[in-house]
Design a protein around this ligand. Structure first.
Ligand SMILES: [Mg+2]
Ligand SMILES: [Zn+2]
Length: 224
């Protein structure tokens, strides 16, 4: 049996994108909007080297809502994979839920078992790839990620800035993440440390630490 680190996509691997027209942040709507978050390449490389499968599990209702086409989603995924490959990192699989209960496109209108907070994407990946969920992890920045992970029986890591704006909601929904970490690189270090598989030799992401709170402390982050 293999172990996996399940990864949310938007807000975990790539940055959310500000839409000035609506004044809100959303997922990237085309490949040009795909920006990997700082340290993500190094993080996923460390996950690869620690012997875990890196598996994206993400709700992508854009096609269902008529905002996106399958070809565009494919191009966005390809851009993400490419950016990671340039940083020595590999995704072993990408699982999307394309459904939405109120989809404009009838083909995708469904109350499915794979839209997070349901655990279907993780369960399907586990079946396809031979993953032992009990020794696997999920990293995400949303409550629905954590709920899906808890339901699937993996250890959950919640990505959260220092001021946790939804921590009250975590309590209200009785969501108790295994760990709370500031970013994916911290998550990967924690997971690969737990796995004790030796030290990864991943290219250091020079963009990490710049503009990060607390990064002014010499040696605080091992910035070599
Ligand atoms: Mg997210
Ligand atoms: Zn679904």
């Amino acid at each position: 049996m293999k172990r996996a680190v399940f990864l949310d996509r938007d807000g975990t691997i790539n940055a959310m994108v500000y839409n000035p027209e609506f004044g809100v942040v959303d997922s990237p709507q085309n490949p040009d909007e795909v920006r990997l978050l700082p340290g993500v390449g190094e993080a996923i490389c460390a996950i690869n080297q620690a012997g875990f499968l890196a598996v994206v599990v993400s709700n992508q209702p854009g096609i269902a809502k008529g905002k996106c086409t399958p070809a565009v989603l494919e191009a966005i995924t390809e851009k993400m994979r490419q950016g990671l490959a340039e940083r020595g990192a590999r995704l072993d699989a990408v699982y999307y839920c394309l459904h939405h209960p109120e989809a404009a496109v009838p083909h995708y209108r469904a109350v499915c078992d794979c839209r997070k907070p349901k655990p279907g994407l993780l369960l399907r990946a586990a079946g396809d790839l031979g993953i032992d969920l009990g020794t696997s992890f999920l990293v995400g920045d949303g409550i629905t990620d954590l709920l899906a992970g808890m339901e699937a029986g993996v250890t959950t890591l919640f990505l959260s800035p220092r001021k946790c704006y939804i921590c009250d909601e975590l309590v209200r929904q009785q969501v108790d993440p295994g760990f709370i970490v500031p970013d994916l690189l911290s998550a990967a270090r924690l997971i690969s440390g737990t796995a004790a598989q030796g030290s990864p030799t991943c290219p250091v992401d020079a963009s990490v630490g710049r503009g990060r709170a607390g990064s002014g402390c010499p040696g605080a982050e091992g910035m070599s």
